[in-house]
Design a protein around this ligand. Structure first.
Ligand code: NAD
Length: 492
């Protein structure tokens, strides 16, 4: 599909100092080999090469992590907490380095990359604190005669598979609870954005994490990796963030050895604006829920439902905001929307737009790519999208606000729930009863009420229905890496 380009609006180019900063960080990463090219999505330029591990190397990594895990699993809770605190401090001290690196390899604007560093490091701090508070339990059997002591122990070697959209946060959200629980780790970051994981793990080792406890594996042969590693008897846990189809494949493999499995999968988030919403709050929240990370977020607002009475005002205010967004390199000083991850994403946005318009939607702003080597697509607002259009049925993963109208609360809840996904939903209303009633009826694991960015390290992030299994963040996120056991102690 050809992409309509816009040559009239110039893209913002990278700031020379920021570019230099990012490249200095890349130079400082000790990469154990060279095989896969990593590209800057804003320029299509190759910025590094990372190893392309074969199955043998992956199994060797499993062996090393397993060996390092023996000491770690018997370390004291305070020792684990101290190491995690040291890693947290190290990451925070390198905030600017990490932000520049994330922006260079993933494309998001520097300000957002700094936000990701804050969010990503919060998981390390949270689990440093949580590590020393294992929730053991003690009960009496109801019929007497015995006491029950429940204890937690590390689940064992954890294989962590992460996507490209939040290169730091997706890694720390998994590594930190695994280490806090006492588990060794093999992490496979996305080959599109592997550098942040290598750098963050390098900082972990500098901070005192035992050298072989976290193994990083990059490979272009994801399928072969999973088939070998998830069937290895030394592995006890898999945690994956990515698409639902890949999640299903991994669950099948995990069933072989009955691995503990956490799956953070795709979403198709409804965002609902009622007539009684505060207009400004609703526009700000929708803007954030849609355009954060260039729309490349699993909890990004996918189907925006606006009630008839507020719809015209909402649509014109949102369109005005979208039309003002400065697009360009994430390392550009004024950039508010960076490059998409690859050229397929750009072509996909164009196809979504054309399909929606052909089914009756109105294109209000954007709807085009740019005549540039990078992967850019303009912030786009489509009004009166029909429920059968691709943009309403699929996870958009890009900067398109797809607006539909509705009249009643019951109608919108039914439409919002008519999807196999159940990750996030959003409700905008000033009526507390309505907010809570609608939130209760939305079939999602996460609900943002009058706000567009609900994630937090203290929150149990995760989906229901086909959006996944398990939770990340909070105390629940630690349990994903723990076995719960009980001792039944006979009493006289
Ligand atoms: P993807 O499923 O294609 O890939 C995710 C990761 O898995 C990548 O590193 C990829 O290389 C790897 N992978 C692919 N096939 C594999 C296999 N057979 N074995 C092992 N690894 C394999 O997803 P993506 O396109 O990179 O990311 C976007 C998707 O991720 C979206 O659906 C989005 O909703 C989802 N996502 C979910 C969350 C969440 O927390 N629920 C967060 C971010 C992204």
């Amino acid at each position: 599909m050809s992409v309509t380009t816009n040559v009239a609006t110039p893209l913002i180019t990278a700031d020379a100092d920021s570019l230099r900063h990012a490249d200095e960080v890349i130079q400082s990463i000790k990469l154990p080999g060279q095989g896969i090219a990593v590209q800057d999505p804003a320029t299509a330029e190759t910025i590094a090469h990372v190893p392309d591990a074969d199955v043998e190397a992956a199994l060797e990594a499993v062996g090393k992590a397993d060996a390092a895990g023996a000491d770690w699993s018997s370390s004291t809770l305070r020792q684990r907490a101290d190491v995690l605190h040291a890693w947290y401090n190290k990451l925070v001290a390198h905030t600017e380095d990490l932000a520049h690196l994330i922006s260079r390899e993933m494309g998001k604007p520097l300000a957002e990359a700094r936000g990701e560093v804050k969010y990503g490091t919060d998981f390390v701090r949270w689990y440093a604190e949580e590590a020393v508070r294992p929730a053991g339990n003690f009960r009496e059997t109801p019929d007497g005669g015995a006491s029950l002591l429940t204890r937690r122990s590390p689940v064992g070697l954890a294989v962590l598979i992460t996507p490209w959209n939040f290169p730091l946060a997706m890694a720390t959200r998994k590594i930190a609870p695994a280490l806090a629980a006492g588990c060794p780790v093999v992490i496979k970051p996305a080959t599109l954005t592997p550098l942040t994981t290598y750098f963050a793990v390098q900082l972990a080792i500098e901070a005192g994490v035992p050298e072989e406890l976290i193994q990083v594996i990059t490979t272009s042969k994801s399928g072969a990796f999973s088939e070998a590693v998830l069937l290895d008897p030394r592995v006890r846990k898999v945690s994956f963030t990515g698409s639902t189809p890949v999640g299903r494949q991994l669950l099948k493999l995990a069933s072989q050895n009955v691995l503990r499995s956490s799956m953070e999968l795709g979403g198709n988030a409804p965002l609902i604006v009622f007539n009684d919403a505060d207009l400004q709050r609703a526009v700000d929240g929708t803007f954030a829920a849609k355009l954060r990370n260039g729309g490349q977020s699993c909890i990004g607002a996918n189907r925006i439902y606006v009630q008839d009475g507020i719809a015209d005002d909402f649509v014109s205010a949102l369109t005005e905001r979208f039309a003002q967004v400065a697009v360009g390199s994430g390392l550009g000083k004024q950039t508010a929307l960076g490059a998409l991850i690859d050229d397929r994403a750009v072509a996909q946005m164009q196809a979504y737009t054309e399909n929606a318009v052909s089914l009756g939607a109105t294109l209000l702003t954007g709807g085009h790519g740019y005549d540039s080597p990078g992967n850019f697509f303009a912030p786009t607002v489509l009004d009166r999208v029909t429920e059968d259009s691709d943009v309403a049925q699929s996870e958009i993963f890009g900067p398109i606000a797809a607006i539909q109208r509705f009249s009643s609360e019951t109608e919108v809840i039914n439409r919002a729930n008519a999807t196999e996904f159940g990750l996030a939903g959003y409700v905008f209303t000033e009526n507390l009863d309505r907010a809570l009633n609608v939130a209760d009826r939305l079939q999602t694991g996460i609900v943002g009420i009058n706000q567009g960015v609900p994630s937090n390290a203290a929150a149990p992030f995760g989906g229901i229905k086909q959006s996944g299994l398990g939770r990340e963040g909070s105390a629940e996120g630690l349990e994903e890496y723990e076995n719960i056991r009980f001792y039944n102690v006979a009493r006289r």
